[in-house]
Write a protein that binds this ligand. Structure first.
Ligand code: NAD
Ligand code: ZN
Length: 343
């Protein structure tokens, strides 16, 4: 169940808990959402047991889960308790995973506080943690009991984080809604109507996930921009040019659009439109030939590959994605060179 709170998160949460008659609850947050978001939950936050962890992807691991399970156990949290995950995708994925496994699973709700988690991570039931250098290596599929979305949380989020989340909004339009693409691509990032767009993205993602919860077919559409995007993100991890997830996905979408155009799907004009919009809204670094080689190698590690072959989600046209398209290494390399040519 997804509930849009319209700047009324405290009352919405209060009502939801009262209706479901929970005796005890725990809130999982990170240091930033503890500081900026917890107080917006009002009296619920005062009464709850709060587990606050360090912020960042590097803490989305088994050690942090152990801390969470340990705290739950030492407070005798029983199977009837509710777990409230207050944070971005890291807290949603990891808090959800801890709740889904504690005593074989307790109820949990997601309160996403970043744009990325509101339009993407909190929807679709994928939970998990990173392991031995692999992202989301350990996890489960499980739907939360509710997702409470309130864009009021975005007021304290940095512009860089918001732009990163906006890339997933762009992706949802490109794979599924040409009309909405036409609208957003004419407006600067600062002037977008985020309330409306969060709602729009959630409805597209929910509709797709409902048809294919375990990503056997149509859910793969959501991976558009992500094969090359993830490789760019991984390559620059921990460097001075490090890209946030959405920033890398934005360029991944341009590179993958180039491949789609070369294959005869997208028109040149469509490719140009996508390129220009991303160029206006996202920073980009120049890739040396050596970097390109390494980024291509990283795409081989993509989870969507089958038997060593690159399987991509591409665009047939703006507003219509296609998946399981085989792409070879030299096409990926040329697509990355295209990114160099346009800046
Ligand atoms: N489950 C899924 O389907 C799915 C989909 C996409 C991404 N993800 C996962 O989501 C994670 C990325 O999520 P993210 O981008 O939200 O990152 P994040 O959770 O690390 O949040 C980004 C930063 O913003 C801070 N923050 C959060 N809310 C804030 C607020 N309201 N005000 C100020 N600061 C705030 C956080 O403390 C953190 O420093 C990754 O681990 C990724 O794997 C999961
Ligand atoms: Zn993504």
């Amino acid at each position: 169940m997804i509930i849009f709170c319209k700047n009324n998160i405290e009352q919405t949460l209060h009502n939801w808990i009262a209706e479901h008659n929970y005796q005890s609850y725990v809130i999982i947050c990170d240091e930033n959402t503890h500081h900026y978001c917890l107080k917006k939950l009002g009296s619920i936050a005062e009464k709850a047991m709060v587990i606050s962890i360090q912020a960042g992807e590097q803490y989305k691991n088994i050690e942090t889960c152990q801390t969470i399970w340990h705290t739950m156990t030492s407070h005798n949290l029983d199977r009837k308790a509710l777990c409230i995950n207050l944070g971005g995708g890291v807290i949603g994925d990891m808090g959800g995973f801890c709740a889904a496994t504690y005593k074989r699973g307790i109820d949990f709700i997601q309160i996403p506080t970043t744009l990325l988690s509101q339009v993407d991570a909190s929807v679709g039931g994928k939970l998990g943690i990173d392991f031995e250098g692999f992202k989301n290596q350990i996890g489960v599929f499980r739907e939360p009991n509710a997702v409470l979305i309130d864009t009021i949380f975005l007021q304290t989020l940095s512009e860089k984080e918001k732009r990163s989340g906006f890339a997933e909004i762009i992706k949802h339009c490109l794979i599924n809604d040409k009309k909405m693409w036409e609208k957003i691509s004419k407006i600067d990032f600062e002037n977008q109507n985020m309330d409306f767009l969060v709602n729009h993205s959630v409805s597209i993602k929910s509709k797709i996930v409902e048809q294919d919860p375990h990503e056997k077919n149509i859910r793969k559409l959501l991976n558009f921009g992500h094969t090359i995007g993830h490789a760019i993100e991984s390559f620059f991890l921990d460097t001075k040019n490090s890209f946030l997830h959405g920033e890398a996905v934005a360029w991944g979408m341009v590179a993958e659009s180039w491949i789609a155009q070369k294959m005869g799907h997208l028109t040149e004009l469509e490719l140009e439109e996508i390129t220009q919009f991303i160029k206006q809204n996202y920073f980009k670094v120049h890739f040396s030939p050596e970097m390109i080689e390494n980024i291509v190698k990283l795409t081989l590690q993509d989870k969507k590959n089958e038997q060593g072959k690159h399987k991509f989600t591409l665009l047939k046209s703006i507003g219509e994605g296609i998946f399981d398209i085989e792409v070879n290494s030299s096409e990926i390399s040329d697509a990355l060179s295209y990114l160099n040519a346009i800046i």
